[in-house]
Each structure stands twice: as structure tokens, then as C-alpha cells.
Design a protein around this ligand. Structure first.
Ligand code: FES
Length: 176
């Protein structure tokens, strides 16, 4: 299952802005999201190769996304409806200009990670593999576990930056 929400209030795709997609546009509205939801068994390319752009903002993003205390005191922000992320599904969600990779582990557990590769900052894709869904880097082949964020099969050595995510009623919420 693949679902795309392309509301007109969304920021321009990374390929159009020349940025990797993490830089919040000036007109971004709080709480707005753009997402692609991937069900189990779906063959996926969540982000087209053309949008995988390394840009001048990568260093800034990397610094921001590796700050372990980035969500201290932050409010919970709705990311998507629980019904849009069934158990076992993996999704790419844009929340307030930041792209998060989210996976529903079980009824009560959701993981959320930055989509910035910890090797050299390329943007990760959600991919289905025979061994299971993973986050894959198109630059040098690192893969990351959707539940733990740990790297495997490539040069990346550090796990993905994680975000606190939870199920709150009918919403999946994250602290940015
Ligand atoms: S930038 Fe991701 S593996 Fe090199």
C-alpha cells in the first residue's frame, strides 16, 4: 500500500528547492505533513532519485539531527493518523519541514528516525528487501534497521538520529 498526501500547502520537493528537504521553508505551516506510507511487502522507492540532492545545508542538517537533546521540552507534534501506519508498515513523513522515517513496530510502538545518512549526509529511502524493509542510502549503500536505526551493509557506523514517537489516541505524534 502506498499513500501520498500532496496538499498544496506543502513545501516544494527537495529537487525543486535544491535543498535536501530538511530546511523548513518560510511559509511552512505548523503541523503540516507530507507522507508516503509503505505497507508490508510493498516495492518502494519513497523518494525519487532526482530528489536525492546533497546541498549546502547538509552540514547544518547533520548537526541539527545529531543533537541528542533536540526534543527536550518540545511539544508533541501530530505526524499522521494511526490508521495510516498499520503494524509492520514503514513510512516517510514530512512534519514541519523535516522528513522523518517512521515504522510501526507493534500496536503501541512506533520508531522515528532522521532521513539523513550518518555517513555523509545523503537522504535515505525506504526500501523493501527480501530480508525485510530497511532504510537505504543511495550514495554508498549503507542500510539502516527500521526498528533500531542501526547501520548495516555499508560504510555508515553511527545509528540514525532518533525522535521520540508515540501513539496518542488516533494520532502518531513526535517530538521534534
Ligand atoms: S552517505 Fe550514506 S552511505 Fe555514504
Amino acid at each position: 500500500m502506498t499513500t501520498q498526501d500532496t496538499r498544496s500547502s506543502q513545501p516544494a520537493p527537495a529537487a525543486e528547492t535544491g535543498c535536501c528537504g530538511h530546511c523548513a521553508p518560510q511559509d511552512a505551516q505548523p503541523g503540516t505533513t507530507r507522507r508516503t506510507v509503505l505497507g508490508r511487502g510493498a516495492a518502494v522507492a519513497a523518494v525519487g532519485a532526482g530528489s536525492l540532492v546533497l546541498s549546502g545545508c547538509t552540514d547544518e542538517i547533520r548537526a541539527e539531527d545529531t543533537a541528542q537533546d533536540h526534543y527536550v521540552g518540545a511539544a508533541r507534534t501530530p505526524a499522521l493518523a494511526v490508521s495510516e501506519l498499520p503494524v509492520g508498515a514503514t513510512t516517510s513523513v514530512e512534519v514541519e519541514g523535516r522528513t522523518l522515517l517512521m515504522h510501526r513496530v507493534d500496536e503501541s510502538t512506533v520508531t522515528a528516525y532522521s532521513n539523513v545518512c550518518t555517513h555523509q549526509g545523503c537522504l535515505l529511502q525506504v526500501v523493501d528487501r527480501p530480508e525485510g524493509t530497511a532504510y537505504a542510502c543511495p550514495c554508498h549503500g549503507s542500510h539502516f534497521d527500521v526498528e533500531t536505526g542501526k547501520p548495516f551493509g555499508g560504510p555508515a557506523r553511527q545509528p540514525l538520529m532518533d525522535y521520540e514517537a508515540a501513539i496518542d489516541g488516533d494520532q502518531v505524534v513526535v517530538k521534534l
